[in-house]
Design a protein around this ligand. Structure first.
Ligand code: ZN
Length: 411
């Protein structure tokens, strides 16, 4: 993949594209004539983002194992900052002094921050949800903290991200019963509080998060209510939490069917290659997931035919790069054998694999986008699946069904 930098021209076009009072402009470049896939240019205050896009997740202002400069050189146009961690340490005041998260990270391109709400699911034993917000004990100093919708937006306003996420009441996708409806309705009320709390509506975009678990009736209600609000974009939340894949894709496609065409759609927590390709076909534009960076830290490199576990002995004398067709800095310089040896003694190996995995995700999405623009997305999907699985019998049933539901047949 060609390295690129944000040039003067790009910055200028970004500021030209931003209409006063609307820090996000979505231009739809192409729509797949068969499926719901689309390619757009999303202009944000810091740069224009080409969609569909995968957004790598940064924690505490730095990508684990990757610098902002390296991320920029990989062509990454937008990454995620973690509000919960940044809000705790170093704290919003310090980051505001550093000219926001952009200044703190020295990142010139676009940034998306989460609300801190997702952390509730992971810290559920420590947290308690009330109408006011989420109360929890800080894992750093054991102090009781209230994360309210207003507080979440105040922190994200200090961070200065291009896209902020509303605080939502998150329940695990495997939870059923009245709690799912309660969380969905509370998320709508919290969205209104977040909209009211935003100090920077002219420079920071607030996205709503569609909830409703795996219940299509609740998803419908949430979609109907939230799309009445004039927010710049929508996320599909509450999925990718261990539910059946059949439930997952049906909730995704139901959501994109009812979201406005002219606004971006962000599917949260999705990052497996097959899931990305299928969910683009279902009409999603933006994705994030810790998977590519997390799996790199276990020595696993992503390739078009699956993954390579570089710790395995079979790579000890394999002098090919991870992927001979990959142009990332790792594949240009290092062999599987070298990385295998390095994994035994040095964390630098994890860094090299992380770079490759992020590059893989970004290149995959660039190819997806190009195929949509060229009008051959269905063919791209067939070739992608053919390469990813040794035989058609191994295609995941849910993916075949999901693609068929939007007119892309694999068999
Ligand atoms: Zn590579």
């Amino acid at each position: 993949m060609a390295a690129s930098t944000v040039g003067e021209a790009e910055m200028n076009s970004a500021s030209r594209g931003a209409i006063a009072g609307a820090p996000l402009v979505l231009r739809i470049l192409a729509e797949c004539p068969v499926s719901k896939a689309r390619a757009c240019d999303m202009t944000l205050p810091h740069c224009t983002v080409n969609t569909p896009v995968f957004m790598p997740v940064g924690t505490q202002g730095t990508m684990k194992g990757v610098t902002a400069e390296q991320l920029e050189n990989l062509g990454c146009q937008i990454c995620l900052g973690n509000t919960y961690h940044l809000g705790m340490r170093p704290g919003p005041e310090l980051i505001e002094k550093a000219k926001g998260l952009h200044g703190f990270m020295n990142w010139r391109r676009s940034l998306l921050t989460d609300s801190g709400g997702f952390q509730m699911v992971s810290l559920v034993e420590l947290s308690q949800v009330t109408e006011e917000g989420v109360k929890f004990r800080s894992p750093y100093d054991n102090k009781e903290i209230l994360l309210s919708p207003e507080q979440s937006i105040a922190i994200q306003n200090s961070l200065g991200s291009d896209i902020m996420m509303q605080l939502d009441d998150v329940v695990s996708s495997t939870v059923t019963g009245p709690r799912v409806e309660e969380a969905m309705r509370r998320s709508i009320r919290w969205l209104d509080r977040c909209i009211a709390a935003n100090r920077n509506p002219e420079s920071q975009n607030l996205f709503a998060i569609i909830q409703g678990g795996l219940n299509s009736e609740l998803r419908h209600i949430c979609l109907e209510e939230m799309t009445k609000r004039d927010v710049p974009g929508f996320a599909i939340g509450g999925l990718s939490g261990g539910e059946e894949k059949d439930d997952f894709w049906k909730m995704v496609t139901l959501s994109t069917d009812h979201l406005p065409r002219e606004k971006p759609r962000y599917l949260m927590g999705v990052g497996y290659a097959v899931d990305l390709v299928v969910c683009v076909a279902l009409g999603c534009d933006m994705f994030d997931c810790v998977f590519p960076t997390r799996t790199a830290r276990f020595g696993s490199a992503l390739v078009p035919w699956g993954s390579l576990q570089l710790k395995h002995k079979q790579y000890a004398k394999d002098f090919q790069p991870i992927d001979p067709e990959c142009t990332c800095p790792t594949c240009r310089r290092h062999s599987r054998a070298y990385l295998h040896a390095l994994l035994k003694c040095d964390t630098a190996a994890l860094h090299h694999i992380t770079i490759h995995n992020i590059s893989y995700q970004l290149s995959l999405m660039q190819s997806v986008r190009q195929s949509i623009i060229d009008g051959c997305f269905p063919q791209f999907v067939r070739a992608f699946m053919d390469r990813m699985f040794p035989s058609r019998e191994q295609y995941p049933r849910w993916a075949v069904d999901a693609l068929a539901s939007v007119g892309i047949t694999l068999n």
